[in-house]
Design a protein. Structure first.
Length: 254
């Protein structure tokens, strides 16, 4: 881990760059990551600091405007319980996110996420018609469920992981039967099957508090070959008012 202090981060990228952004003192970078979300690049820094959340926020709110970043929001909520700061500079958008999690004693974790505002505008546009895919690409070595709609595509450069999401009107059993039959034809071996009932027991009290969100219903197949391991999950759409099934592909190279 590197103590950056006042060191400027100049991480070049064709679309995105950390330009004139520095971290506060007593702060280290735990992990640097880059991913493609629906083919749009995002860069992440996972940071850990001995400073308090208030001191970290104060640093960024004072420092970033001096190097051309405009404050968009100083107390945003990206997800329930999370607080973030939001800045823009040209076509770059920077979010400093303080996740609602417990880190090491005496330490505070935060994430710096940089994206391109033009790309975000494209992602915000609804799909024109049913059956049209979000940007991304399928995994060539895996069968794709017929007539499914790709709704998310995430590629992580650091750990060679790919997460894909598809939506279908067919039943959970139809989808699972399709993959049980087809994965062998693509050179995969079925390792085990999972039932979501066990997961629901673990999430019990948490799920009871989520309004409009149904308990997980479905199952999963764990498969592998000589190059990779993959979990295929099939579940009801988490929102109770949407009648569709979600197929999740969690692929990781060995």
């Amino acid at each position: 881990m590197l103590a950056f202090g006042a060191l400027f981060l100049l991480i070049a990228n064709r679309v995105l760059a950390w330009e004139e952004v520095t971290l506060p003192s007593q702060t280290t970078v735990v992990k640097e990551d880059e991913l493609l979300l629906n083919q749009q690049a995002r860069k992440y820094l996972y940071c850990r600091s001995s400073l308090s959340d208030a001191e970290i926020k104060d640093f960024f709110l004072r420092f970033l405007p001096t190097v051309g970043w405009q404050v968009d929001c100083s107390e945003c909520s990206k997800r329930k319980g999370d607080i973030s700061l939001s800045f823009t500079k040209g076509s770059n958008k920077l979010n400093i996110i303080f996740p609602n999690i417990h880190s090491e004693k005496g330490k505070n974790d935060f994430m710096a996420v940089i994206t391109d505002t033009n790309n975000e505008a494209e992602l915000a546009e609804p799909i024109a018609k049913e059956g049209e895919d979000y940007p991304g690409k399928d995994i060539a070595s895996l069968p794709r469920y017929p007539k499914s709609q790709r709704v998310v595509s995430i590629e992580r450069a650091s750990d060679k992981k790919i997460n894909l999401g598809y939506q279908t009107k067919d039943s959970i059993d139809q989808v699972l039967d399709f993959y049980r039959l087809k994965v062998g034809e693509y050179g995969w071996r079925l390792v085990k099957e999972l039932n979501f009932q066990d997961i629901n027991k673990q999430l019990g009290s948490f799920m009871e508090k989520q309004e409009g969100i149904r308990s997980l219903e479905g199952g999963a197949l764990v498969i592998e070959n000589s190059q990779a391991r993959c979990m295929i999950t099939v579940s009801e759409h988490p929102k109770e008012d949407i009648d569709s099934r979600i197929i999740g592909i969690n692929y990781e190279e060995k």
